[in-house]
Design a protein around this ligand. Structure first.
Ligand SMILES: Cc1cc2nc3c(=O)[nH]c(=O)nc-3n(C[C@H](O)[C@H](O)[C@H](O)COP(=O)(O)OP(=O)(O)OC[C@H]3O[C@@H](n4cnc5c(N)ncnc54)[C@H](O)[C@@H]3O)c2cc1C
Length: 424
């Protein structure tokens, strides 16, 4: 607790992996921390697709930020939307709060879906980057099926078909989860519908899925999805999206009542207020994770172009990178303010890369020897790692219970539509 003497103020923008990582490492630092996010919850993005496909409740994937920083006496949280960052005046402005000054600024504002100017994508597709996105997709799918239960001709018209754009982890995980939902759960819910004819198509512009892994894993992933009745289209560009179909670059159209967009990221628009030239759409930072000409301004997570100080490699936009970078910045400020020591350069510790395809099927590459795992072993590892990473003990218990229920019963516990403005 502050003794009344002015202490350096650390303003952390964003309560994602990067922001929370920084906040927690400042627990003992002789500073006053203000953490700001437009939401009062932290989103565990890796499991958004499970909200969209009815396995997990939104509350399991979105965790109250205030609870994550319970007991941290030097920290306060404000729910507010940032509108401008003025580095020269060391001031951040908000849509709904008074401007805040800082001595240190930590920016962890993440990224947004990037539609690459694809006509119709913004209006007609469902990105999967935030909790509201996941809830919108879930509701849209459930409404489509409820409508088709009343009017089966909608199924014949392809209104239950789904196209997923992008063969990275988001697209693959969503395709696998939708296949299970449509072929193992919904037949019991909608016995009047012939769901064997419903098509799920995964479209990838490159020549393989999960391009960050080796080719063997890409082939395993495509084969596993095909076995699960997902049509995999490689080397195809999506040229246009309408509300009932997708047009490929070749001119071919695929009917789809739902198009999921999992194809790319662009920086948070506030990056442009930093006056820094973006590289690969990200804000370049030094090996200490601050801006080149502003040692008091750190940028972490998806927004930053972070280079590993040991390997010299540009690090991917992953939760694990964001968390470690945020923690590193917290430690750096603590070292400078409490221990009066110089900071260390940032080195990322790779604890493994993995993606799940569905029940008993996942892929993983485990360091330090880059051992490749597929199938049940990778699936078990994926579950254990995500459970451990999930924020908050209550969220972990809820996820474990829902996963156990889904696995043993083929049921999806979260498939109801509740709206506060519904009639009583
Ligand atoms: C579907 C999906 C699956 C993924 N799966 C994995 C995975 O399996 N493993 C993995 O390691 N990574 C995964 N990732 C990537 C990982 O989630 C991101 O790299 C990570 O969330 C980035 O953290 P961050 O702190 O930079 O940003 P975010 O977590 O995006 O946090 C940014 C925060 O800033 C807030 N914010 C933004 N703008 C404003 C504003 N104007 N005012 C106030 N607040 C604002 C947001 O509300 C948000 O809380 C996945 C991502 C997605 C979308």
């Amino acid at each position: 607790m502050s003794d009344g003497t002015p202490r350096p103020k650390v303003l952390i923008l964003g309560g994602g992996f990067g922001g929370i990582g920084a906040a927690r490492k400042l627990r003992k630092a002789p500073v006053d921390v203000m953490l700001v996010d437009r939401h009062d919850y932290h989103t565990f993005q890796p499991l958004l697709y499970q909200v969209a496909t009815d396995t997990l409740d939104p509350e399991t994937v979105g965790h109250p930020i205030r609870e994550l920083v319970h007991g941290q006496d030097n920290l306060d949280f404000a729910q507010a939307t940032i509108s401008d960052i003025d580095l020269d005046a060391r001031t951040v402005s908000f849509q709904d709060w008074e401007p805040q000054t800082y001595d240190y600024l930590v920016i962890g504002l993440g990224a947004l879906a990037h539609f690459f100017g694809t006509p119709g994508a913004e209006e007609h597709s469902f990105p999967l980057y935030t909790l509201p996105h996941a809830i919108r997709l879930k509701e849209h799918l459930l409404r489509r099926f409820e409508a088709a239960a009343k009017d089966p001709s909608l199924a014949d018209d392809g209104q239950l078909d789904v196209v997923i754009v992008g063969g990275g982890p988001t697209g693959v995980e969503t395709a696998g989860a939708l296949s299970e939902l449509f072929h193992a759960v919904f037949p019991g819910d909608y016995p009047s519908l012939d769901l064997s004819a419903v098509r799920i198509t995964l479209v990838e512009h490159g020549d393989r899925l999960l391009a960050m892994f080796d080719e063997g894993i890409s082939e395993y992933t495509a084969d596993t999805l095909r076995e699960r009745q997902v049509t995999v289209r490689l080397g195809e560009k999506v040229a246009e999206i309408a509300d009932d179909h997708v047009t490929l670059g070749s001119g071919e159209t695929i009917r789809a009542g739902t198009t999921v967009w999992g194809a790319g990221l662009q920086p948070n628009p506030l990056a442009t207020t930093l006056g820094v030239e973006l590289v690969r759409g990200r804000v370049p930072v030094t090996e200490h994770l601050h801006l080149a000409h502003h040692p008091e301004v750190f940028v972490v997570g998806d927004l930053a172009l972070t280079t590993d100080s040991v390997t010299g490699e540009v690090l991917p936009q992953l939760g694990s990178v964001a968390l470690q970078a945020g923690e590193h910045v917290g430690v750096t400020i603590d070292r400078m303010e409490r221990k009066h020591k110089d900071p260390h350069p940032f080195h990322y510790v790779d604890k493994g890369t993995m993606a799940t395809i569905g029940r008993k099927a996942a892929v993983a590459v485990v360091p330090p020897h880059h051992i490749t795992l597929t199938g049940r072993a990778a699936w078990a590892m994926w579950g254990a790692v995500h459970l451990a990473l999930l924020t908050g003990g209550d969220s972990r218990m809820a996820a474990l219970s829902n996963w156990f229920w889904s696995f043993t019963t083929h049921d999806r516990p979260s498939r109801v539509l509740i709206h506060p403005d519904d009639e009583d």
